[in-house]
Design a binder for this molecule. Structure first.
Ligand code: G4P
Length: 544
């Protein structure tokens, strides 16, 4: 695709891009979304192809080569292919059709992680990638359930139709049955595997396109025109594909924007990320249907994206992105206002102001300091530990974003430090990693060893290996004798004090000094719940 007509691609000096960011109503041009999938379904390939199709990879080249001779797209692609595009950032911003798309990466491993959950609290919509041969797999279903909690609208991409896969009607049935969603196909596969002939766009009454590969796109005046096209019905591959399409059209509802936006219907793009088939259809669907930034749940009241005061919240901290510098970047989702570089923002948790001198955007593999950003944008803020996951930033108001929970840990371990000379480094490292949300850290009221708590076993491996590699503090994790934990609260503070005094041996404080009850097993927990009816035993706590 030639993207030379798009504003970003045609402005190596960034002037047209600035115009997009300048607009006070710029947030209505933002689409902030994540891709959810089971490992191997093709998320990485699709991400790369979305960036290529939109011209963003070339854009990244321009950012890097600023002031130098502009490369042609094919030069750049060749270099990318040789190197293999490795996308290391948690967020990628790119432009397509006059919209700014912010794509948030969800960690790919199979363990449920808090990180994934928090990423999904910072998007307005999601793309669900399904392997055409495997259908809906375990991790997809889990992530889908998280999206459903917030009724996040979902566009489905059925990938790998260039290989032998399931019958398209069967795949649609599975989505309907397993996820209780209505489906509305936007493209239809024309044969699969060795018979693969591409896709045809099928939504709406206007012209349709048949796409065979990245370079071949043939237009027809209407879908009927395509179906009746000379020899199509008699064709060994197209004939049966058209018949199946007829069945789909007569049995499925047509696309309904309201139903999609409310999370009841998913438009479905059949495609092949690898062959760049359906990728443009997917981008077009995101631009046409995905919602702009939505109001953000907050206390005392939700934040409207059009509100003039700048606000945002930290969804993720990524440390040591650049191994040469010990850097630490907080990813902040802006929720309102027009943010400008150099602004002072208040961290509502600490009450302290911080000047944001070098806010960043992430373009494919590049990062660039930016001058302005609006609601929906994800801004990287370098900092040295002043920001934690869940923090709200404002120009002064005491608003707190809600719905970014910590989860009660399901695995609790005691940290054993073989080298006692490193006690201080350990405290520092644990505090850093807790701010990042890698682990939760508890200080028992009796005893001195730190306890760490995580939701998935993989987090423990990440924790020990990062302590060793990044902080040079090797530790051993051993059983702490506790299986579960609950934050405790009570309407009457005297009840809480009494509970804590009677259970000191099982009490700890989290890093915000909130009391946590540790139970040896579920029986002990339910015994405590029965014995102390005035105490609330909480499985999640809003951060902050
Ligand atoms: P993930 O991020 O969801 O884990 O998936 P990823 O994109 O890494 O893709 C997993 C495998 O599926 C890769 O093959 C990739 O090339 C292949 N793949 C992705 N999209 C398509 C598609 O549309 N059609 C076909 N036929 N294959 C696709 P691999 O053998 O693991 O790696 P590679 O050697 O191809 O890079």
């Amino acid at each position: 695709m030639d993207t030379s007509d798009t504003s970003l691609a045609s402005s190596p000096d960034g002037s047209a891009k600035d115009a997009l960011f300048d607009a006070a109503t710029g947030h209505s041009r933002r689409r902030t979304f994540a891709i959810i999938s089971h490992p191997d379904a093709g998320k990485t390939t699709l991400t790369e192809k979305l960036l290529l199709e939109s011209g963003a990879i070339r854009l990244a080249g321009q950012v890097k080569e600023r002031g130098e001779r502009r490369r042609t797209r094919s030069d750049w692609m060749e270099i990318e292919q040789k190197r293999g595009i490795s996308i290391s950032s948690s967020v990628m911003t790119f432009e397509y059709n006059g919209l700014i798309l912010n794509l948030l990466d969800t960690p790919g491993h199979a363990d449920f992680s808090e990180d994934t959950y928090r990423t999904l609290t910072a998007v307005d919509s999601a793309i669900m990638v399904i392997d055409a041969a495997k259908g809906i797999e375990a991790q997809t279903r889990k992530l889908f359930e998280v999206c459903r909690l917030r009724d996040i609208p979902i566009i489905t991409f059925v990938n790998k139709i260039d290989r032998e896969g399931r019958d398209p009607l069967e795949i649609l049935d599975e989505i309907i049955e397993a996820l209780a969603l209505d489906v509305a196909p936007l493209t239809w596969p024309l044969g699969m595997g060795t018979d693969f002939k591409g896709i045809v766009s099928v939504s709406g009454d206007g012209p349709v396109a048949m796409t065979t590969n990245a370079r071949s796109r043939k237009e027809f005046d209407s879908l009927d025109d395509f179906m009746m096209g000379s020899g199509h019905l008699e064709d060994r591959v197209l004939g049966p594909a058209i018949e199946a399409l007829e069945i789909a059209r007569s049995s499925l509802p047509s696309f309904d924007l309201k139903s999609y936006r409310e999370g009841h219907m998913t438009p479905v793009v059949f495609g092949s990320a690898m062959r760049e088939v359906g990728v443009r259809d997917l981008l077009d669907a995101i631009c046409a249907f995905a919602p702009p930034p939505l109001p953000q749940p907050a206390e005392p009241k939700p934040i409207e994206p059009a509100a003039s005061e700048v606000s945002g919240f930290v969804l993720k901290i990524q440390a040591n992105m650049d191994p040469n510098h010990r850097d630490r970047v907080a990813f902040v989702r802006l929720t309102s206002g027009v943010f400008k570089r150099g602004m002072k923002l208040k961290n509502v948790r600490t009450g302290k102001d911080m000047k944001i001198a070098a806010p960043m955007f992430f373009f494919a593999r590049e990062r660039e300091v930016i001058e302005e950003a609006v609601a929906g944008d994800i801004v990287g803020i370098p900092n040295h530990g002043t920001l934690s996951v869940g923090d709200t930033l404002t120009e002064g108001s005491d608003i707190s974003v809600t719905g970014i929970p910590s989860f009660a840990p399901e695995l609790i371990r005691r940290v054993r430090l073989p080298d006692t000379m490193k006690t201080k480094q350990l405290a520092r490292a644990l505090s850093d990693l807790a701010e990042e949300g890698v682990t939760q850290v508890f200080r028992p009221m009796i005893g001195s060893a730190w306890l760490v708590g995580v939701v998935g076993a993989l987090q423990l491996d990440v924790l020990t290996s990062r302590l060793d590699v990044e902080y040079n503090v090797p530790v051993a994790l051993e059983s702490a004798g506790f299986e579960t934990a609950r934050w405790v609260a009570a309407d009457d503070p005297a009840d809480l004090t009494r509970f804590i005094e009677s259970n000191r041996g099982a009490m700890a404080l989290d890093r915000s000094e909130r009391p946590v009850f540790l139970a040896r097993n579920s029986w002990e927990l339910s015994y405590a719940q029965k014995t102390y009816p005035a105490i609330h035993f909480l499985t999640t706590r809003n951060r902050g």
